[in-house]
Design a protein around this ligand. Structure first.
Ligand code: SF4
Length: 479
């Protein structure tokens, strides 16, 4: 077995783009998802080490010396960080010329050849779901014998056959022992989750086909493949045992509610364990299912509303009607389920009027907290294809770096006739202000801080970070 390092490389300060983040950017407030996609293969490789540099505050100088103690380094990369990740790989290779370096992540899955040609420091890239691909490389198999791999052979790029999609999800070992071994759960913050939280996947893939959404279009696919209920409950119980300080368990499946019957079964099991939990959901969950989940410890749903304009929802193939989303929001409110709603500005069909419509919609459905992103055309998505075909990208739009600014915060990569980059980006800021700077919302947040004194310090810190974000200089792209 090769001595194997799994690394989320250092990049922009505070960058939340690791092996699990769906929007790869430095967020408005300190925010980190767990590097679950790296922890999963790490769990398959005995004696491996997982280093998640951004949450741990590690710089390149801290991680490069690790090259000396390893035979194999797997670096997770994303479109915005690819150039910087290559520099880390080159520095590690210089430190230990015998080190084999592989990259994994959606970016290299869709552009394996271009990725490999970027630097001689890169020996291979793992395409598709890369858990067992990496495990076989770590066993010492020749690269030519590992499905799902593209590698360099005497200056030529060779693409091995695709790896079969994983059907039996219970073959994946638990990730929580890897978290326990290599991570500090207190380093992981998400503004709307209780701290400290732990997150894991109970399945992969999403049945919906949203044109902007990265993981289902590049790695996970459109069938929701799930672990057995027994396996999920066993890991939930283990998480609590390993992390008695954990206050909430989050299921990071693309859409945990895609299989409602199973979601209810898992919920009932979590109820027996008396756990507080939360998950991703689409805004079409029936009230009966919401009730079962609420009665069994569900605290919060993370919901992608995206837009309040029906035509935009159709354009992005969201498979959701605005009226259905409103009914869902009302049900959650009635049942006391907290909602964190996410919205996207600058999707195809966006105009100044639809932006106002979405802001009005957000105020009406009134999630407890929101996140406003600008449309990000990641390579491999239908949105990216549409953007290149229709000329919505700027001249430098071929590069993922144009998705974020110099400090790693989001940029408006797309523009349309009548709606420029600056307008889109400024609308996102205006969205936040019009949503949060309302008397009713301020009263709601103040009441929360009053009820939960430990929340007060956190919300004040987040509020400071948020105001700094709104006042940030130099992230605007010329119109
Ligand atoms: S429902 Fe959510 S996870 Fe599924 S494709 Fe759409 S945005 Fe992605």
């Amino acid at each position: 077995m090769l001595r194997t390092l799994f690394l989320n490389p250092p990049s922009y300060q505070g960058f939340d783009g690791g092996a699990g983040a769906r929007y790869q950017a430095r967020r408005e407030i300190r925010s980190y998802w767990y590097p679950t996609w790296l922890a999963q293969p790490a769990a398959l490789v005995p004696g491996s080490k997982l280093v998640d540099a951004p949450p741990a505050g590690l710089a390149q100088a801290d991680v490069v010396p690790l090259a000396r103690d390893h035979d194999l380094a797997i670096l997770y990369t994303s479109s915005p960080t690819f150039g910087g990740d290559i520099k880390v790989a080159e520095a590690m290779k210089a430190e230990n010329p015998d080190l084999t370096v592989g990259f994994a992540g959606p970016t290299v899955a869709v552009e394996p050849e271009r990725s490999l040609l970027a630097s001689a420091a890169l020996d291979f890239v793992a395409r598709e779901e890369f858990d067992f691909t990496i495990a076989e490389v770590a066993e010492g198999r020749p690269l030519a014998a590992v499905d799902g791999l593209s590698y360099r052979d005497c200056g030529t790029v060779v693409h091995n056959p695709d790896r079969e999609i994983l059907e039996d999800m219970d073959r994946l070992p638990f990730v929580t022992p890897v978290y326990k071994r290599d991570l500090r759960i207190e380093d992981y913050y998400i503004g709307y989750l209780l701290h400290p939280y732990v997150s894991l996947y109970t399945g992969r893939g999403c049945r919906s086909r949203c044109t902007f959404c990265l993981w289902p279009q590049t790695v996970g696919g459109h069938r929701y493949r799930t672990r057995s209920v027994a396996s999920v409950l066993e890991e939930a119980a283990l998480a609590r045992e390993l992390f008695p300080q954990m206050r909430e368990l989050f299921f990071d499946d693309d859409t945990f509610t895609d299989d409602r019957q199973r979601a209810e079964e898992v919920a009932r099991g979590l109820g027996r364990l008396a756990m507080t939990w939360s998950c991703n959901a689409k805004a079409n969950v029936p009230r009966e299912t919401l009730e079962v989940m609420r009665d069994n410890g569900l605290r919060l749903l993370l919901v992608g509303y995206e837009s309040g304009n029906q035509q935009i929802l159709i354009n992005i193939k969201k498979g959701l009607r605005v009226e259905r989303a409103k009914r869902f929001a009302a049900d959650c409110r009635d049942l006391g389920i907290t909602v964190h709603g996410t919205f996207i500005i600058g999707l195809p069909g966006e105009t100044k009027e639809t932006i106002q419509e979405t802001i009005q919609f957000a105020r009406e459905v009134n999630p407890h907290t929101i996140q406003v992103s600008v449309a990000a055309p990641y390579p491999g998505t239908e949105l990216y294809r549409q953007a290149t075909e229709n000329g919505w990208l700027p001249a430098d739009g071929e590069s993922g770096a144009s998705l974020v600014g110099q400090d790693g915060t989001q940029l408006a990569a797309l523009s349309y006739p009548g709606l420029g980059h600056t307008e889109i980006l400024e609308s996102a800021d205006a969205f936040y202000k019009r949503f949060y700077f309302r008397a009713s919302k301020i009263a709601e947040m103040s009441a929360e801080m009053f009820r939960q004194p430990d929340m007060a310090a956190r919300r004040l810190r987040e509020g400071r970070e948020f105001l700094q974000y709104l006042g940030r200089p130099g992230t605007r792209r010329p119109a």
